[in-house]
Design a protein around this ligand. Structure first.
Ligand SMILES: CC(C)(COP(=O)(O)OP(=O)(O)OC[C@H]1O[C@@H](n2cnc3c(N)ncnc32)[C@H](O)[C@@H]1OP(=O)(O)O)[C@@H](O)C(=O)NCCC(=O)NCCS
Length: 185
């Protein structure tokens, strides 16, 4: 059963919770910001896309092989949406998951992404008991690379021309962390 206001994991300043309808305006605001979209798959993001995205998330559950689930990142004090992080459970090997993340331009540079993804890792390794987490980053996305390395992920590969980004093939780094490497184990 889908639970409204469902909280999946907490950290000192944040909650990772299910998206809710009131998130649509702030979600649209940061998704459509050119700096936030620069290394992402979308371009010229429309309000209707934000509405459809949030409505779809209301019907989804995390940890479904072959699917992406998006966690809303909210300030613990006010419940204000400041970003989102994604969990992709691989279809052929659901013990391995991929993550992605976005923080609103207004809330970057405050350690929120590090705190949110660290909390997501505790959910992945402790609650879902996954074997391995992977993440891909455009090699030009220095903030994303810095975040992945702050989280102690290992760079496992440099994948040449692995992603079609806004009309050009770009290289990506693949990062990973094994369950055995997670700080708690
Ligand atoms: C990738 C992204 C999430 C990184 O966000 P970020 O704000 O740089 O990362 P954090 O929230 O962890 O903040 C780290 C910074 O906050 C500073 N900071 C301030 N207070 C802090 C605190 N209490 N704890 C930790 N760091 C703190 C750190 O020193 C660091 O500063 P620096 O960048 O000058 O070194 C962000 O750039 C983004 O959303 N980009 C667009 C989407 C995207 O490209 N995603 C990646 C592909 S999936």
């Amino acid at each position: 059963m889908i639970k409204a206001n469902q909280i999946f994991v907490k950290s000192p300043r944040l909650t990772l919770r299910r998206f809710q309808m009131s998130d649509i305006p702030p979600f649209f605001s940061y998704r459509s910001h050119p700096e936030v979209a620069k290394y992402q798959s979308w371009e010229n993001y429309q309000y209707e896309e934000a509405e459809a995205f949030v409505k779809n998330q209301l019907t989804q559950e995390p940890n479904q092989p072959g699917s992406w689930f998006q966690f809303a990142i909210a300030l613990a004090d006010t419940n204000q949406l400041i970003g989102d992080c994604a969990l992709h459970t691989l279809l052929d090997e659901p013990r391995i998951v991929e993550v992605g993340f976005t923080i609103s331009q207004d809330f970057q540079g405050k350690g929120y992404a590090t705190e949110a993804v660290d909390a997501l890792f505790s959910y992945i390794f402790e609650t879902l008991e996954k074997h391995k987490v992977i993440a891909f980053s455009d090699v030009r996305n220095h903030k994303s690379i810095a975040l992945l390395e702050r989280l102690n992920m290992r760079r496992e590969g440099h994948l040449l021309q692995n992603f079609m980004s806004k009309g050009q093939w770009v290289d990506e780094y693949q990062y990973a962390m094994l369950r055995a490497e997670w700080k708690k184990f």
